[in-house]
Design a protein around this ligand. Structure first.
Ligand code: HEC
Ligand code: HEC
Length: 257
């Protein structure tokens, strides 16, 4: 791990912190930064490893969460029409609770609150699978998170976190994903750091992961203490990044290097 980090420092020396707004021009998906082989892996539903999550999600959708209790299907009978466009507008202020909530947070509250079953953990297969299944119903639709007086402070907070230098490498998210996107960093081409493909199958991990797992990975790679899954900081980050990438098509379930 030390060697790549040294290369990182060299690569980024001289990077300027100043960044005032969204990327110049329309947002560019990380898909554009992938090799044709990896793109093909995402595009082909039979090859895409993350389609496993969607299949698993279909099973969970019809499962009883408590003995003899309701299934998701009991109330949301037609997933294709009931959940179309839903993932594209999260995180959002929940109309019922009045709280800002991510898609994962909403699914947890459906399971724990409405169905009275144990809340699934962040990064559990169950939660990734339902998030992928619901995200899949919005595939191709533009990210469309509402900017309102209520969500405004969350967006501002996320932007502030994105631009704050941190960790032993003293880098901000923006240093890589704003100032250096499109440039090579070891085997990767740095993307703008968008969240439109999650949950993804990441080849580097040989595993699935959520948006917040990606944030965790990036924070650890600059030797900084990551925020907790489900924290207000990560929720703010998701909200900001959704607005920053507004209009990008949802790619769920994505594949990344
Ligand atoms: C040292 C450079 C670096 C820093 C700083 C950094 N990242 Fe990343 N990030 C990467 C690399 C490398 C990848 C994988 C290739 C890519 O998509 O850029 C990545 C990927 C991502 C992705 C996935 C993009 C996609 O299309 O799937 C997101 C989201 C992301 N980073 C968010 C963040 C956030 C939030 C921060 C700040 C907490 C951050 N990154 C800080 C290097 C960095
Ligand atoms: C007893 C009926 C019922 C069951 C069972 C149920 N839901 Fe819901 N769900 C609702 C209602 C009503 C709403 C709309 C009000 C709200 O957002 O809370 C909703 C909203 C949602 C939303 C937000 C939709 C949007 O437009 O933002 C998601 C996502 C969701 N449910 C997922 C699930 C999942 C996943 C399950 C199974 C684990 C499930 N629901 C089980 C009744 C139910």
């Amino acid at each position: 791990m030390m060697k790549p980090l040294l290369i990182l420092v060299g690569f980024l020396s001289g990077a300027v912190a100043a960044w005032a707004g969204p990327p110049d021009g329309p947002p560019v998906s990380g898909y554009q930064m992938m090799t044709p082989e990896t793109q093909q892996l995402q595009d082909d539903d039979f090859l895409n490893p993350a389609m496993f999550l969607v299949d698993r999600g279909i099973t969970l959708w019809g499962r009883e969460w408590t003995q003899g209790g309701a299934t998701c299907q009991s109330c949301h009978s037609d997933i294709a029409s009931d959940m179309a466009g839903v993932a594209a507008r999260y995180p959002r202020i929940d109309p019922v609770s009045g709280q800002m909530v991510s898609l994962e947070g909403k699914i947890i509250s459906e399971i724990a609150g409405r169905l009275g079953a144990p809340a699934p953990d962040y990064e559990s297969e169950d939660l990734l699978a339902l998030t992928a299944l619901i995200g899949f119903q919005s595939r191709g639709m533009p990210m469309n998170v509402a900017v309102t007086p209520d969500s405004g402070p969350w967006i501002a907070k996320g932007k502030e976190i994105f631009e704050t230098r941190r960790g032993q490498l003293n880098l901000s998210c923006a240093n890589c994903h704003q100032d250096h996107w499109g440039e090579k960093l070891r085997g990767d081409t740095l993307s703008q750091g968008h969240i439109n493909a999650f949950p993804v199958y990441r080849l580097t991990w040989s595993d699935f992961g959520s948006r917040q797992r990606m944030f965790t990975w990036c924070m650890e790679s600059i030797r900084s203490e990551p925020y907790a899954y489900g924290s207000e900081e990560f929720l703010a980050m998701e909200t900001y990044l959704a607005v920053r990438g507004a209009g990008l098509p949802i790619e769920t379930p994505g594949v990344r290097r």
